[in-house]
Design a protein around this ligand. Structure first.
Ligand code: BUP
Length: 442
């Protein structure tokens, strides 16, 4: 029996697709080990790992025990998740003995893109094929691997990042830290890992040929960078947990009537923006299920809902919506028949879930790869994006503007049908295990 190990890095956005891939591989008579950096950074990661290994006892867990780094606390301006990736990177030399001790010997390691530069030399020395799993879109991959070639040019003064044969990526879509003069963790992380990708044995992307054909062809045709190993679109990875939460409030709502509002696991919205968002949801007149978050790291979140959005808003939103401040299983929510739209920050996992489940999206990107992902939402007909809204935290978007966009999304039957056809495309040709409970939506 072949033995494959997977090595995710930090944050739910990176962990989730690794778990889904591992779950898919189990049906192929392959022994699977997941190497989890320990301790995990967020509470959500430790809870989902516990649930995952109870659901898939045949998958083995090995912990990569992270070294305490006394001399590294990260710059306070830095995203704490990038700081944690840095901690994993600095502990990665410990992998050598861990990988060699696995039995039977590994046929391959699948590594998170953020660990490429530190792990590829180790697997080369051990003669273990190493495939990089890029957990965002193929278009983002074109930026990721070509950024180091542009970083020294006057590229920041250009209006767009030009990649041969592809539509230029407008400067306003590029994550702001990459455009800063000063060094920062994101810049180093993309520069270093982007460079080393050519030394891996292959790159896997959880996207579809049918929606990212041009980017994939440019990547594989040597148009973005020479010497890149093959880039394989492995499709959208289906959710791997069965229905696991009771959603009593949703069960009582009419089919397709509820807007689900969530900005992912690591976007903290300012109090002022939360107030406007609450106002906008109320003004829209639509029902909503809103996951409120005002701290990036869930372990630091010790406030009640009323403390964050105020008593008045907490009371008024009850009229039309359910507002929570805790983790809900998003796969369950999006597959619920009552959910008819998704106001999303456009994290790649959230979008792949919306595509997989055929839910129309109102895109409101906040940071990182999310504007590039939001452009795909519009291009493939999954939903709408008001691109004049800036990066999260930059300018406050007013309630009235939000209400108008929510109505534009929820009131548009054509958009609902287009999202359903994206779902059909996403599923075409993929082997599906079991049936879905939400077939009625489409
Ligand atoms: Br919040 C939340 N429940 O309450 P993204 C998120 N999720 O299941 P991010 C829940 O976390 P990056 C919740 O379904 C998705 O699979 C959600 O990943 C799940 O965004 C994942 O969408 C979040 O990629 O990460 O967290 O901002 O910035 O790395 O994309």
């Amino acid at each position: 029996m072949s033995h494959i190990a997977l090595l995710p890095s930090s944050g739910m956005g990176h962990l989730t697709p690794f778990l889904r891939l591992a779950a898919l591989l189990t049906v192929h008579n392959i022994k699977i080990t997941i190497i989890t950096p320990y301790p995990t950074f967020s509470l959500a990661e430790s809870q989902v790992l516990f649930h995952f290994f109870s659901t898939f006892p045949q998958i083995r867990q090995e912990k990569l025990h992270l070294l305490p780094l006394d001399n590294f606390s990260g710059n306070s301006e830095e995203d704490p998740f990038y700081c944690h990736i840095e901690v994993i990177r600095r502990s990665s030399h410990l992998l050598s003995s861990l990988l060699s001790s696995l039995s039977p010997p590994l046929a391959a390691l699948i590594t998170d893109m953020s660990l490429t530069a530190s792990v590829v030399p180790i697997t080369k020395a051990l003669n273990i094929p190493n495939y990089i799993f890029f957990t965002s879109s193929a278009q983002m991959l074109t930026l990721f691997i070509s950024f180091h070639t542009k970083a020294n040019a006057n590229s920041y003064e250009m209006d767009a990042l030009q990649i041969p044969t592809l539509e230029p990526i407008p400067k306003s879509w590029i994550p702001p830290p990459l455009l800063q003069d000063s060094n920062n963790l994101l810049k180093t992380y993309i520069t270093e890992n982007g460079k080393e990708m050519t030394k891996s044995d292959g790159i896997l992307v959880n996207t579809l040929e049918s929606i990212e054909e041009e980017s994939l062809a440019a990547l594989n045709g040597g148009k973005v960078i020479l010497g890149l190993p093959s880039v394989t679109a492995i499709g959208l990875l289906p959710p791997c947990f069965n229905k696991c939460q009771s959603l009593a409030w949703l069960d009582t709502q009419p089919i397709g009537s509820v807007l689900y509002v969530s900005f992912g696991s690591r976007t903290a919205m300012s109090r002022e923006q939360l107030k406007e968002l609450g106002d906008g949801l109320m003004r829209s007149g639509y029902r909503f299920l809103w996951v409120v978050k005002d701290k990036k790291v869930d372990r630091e979140d010790d406030k009640d809902l009323e403390d964050v959005i105020g008593n008045e808003l907490t009371e008024s939103v009850k009229e039309r919506g359910l507002v929570v401040k805790h983790w809900l299983n998003q796969e369950n929510i999006l597959s619920h028949p009552a959910v008819g739209g998704f106001l999303s920050h456009c994290g790649w996992n959230s979008l792949t879930e919306a595509m997989w489940l055929g839910v129309r999206v109102l895109a409101w990107p906040q940071h990182g790869d999310q504007k590039i992902n939001a452009s795909l939402v519009e291009r493939i007909g999954l939903g709408i994006w008001e691109s004049s809204w800036g990066w999260g935290g930059k300018d406050i978007v007013k309630g009235q503007q939000i209400a108008e966009k929510v109505s534009e999304l929820m009131g548009n039957e054509l958009l609902r049908m287009k999202a359903v056809s994206v779902r059909e495309k996403a599923r075409a040709g993929m082997e599906l295990g079991g049936t879905r409970e939400d077939e009625g939506i489409g």
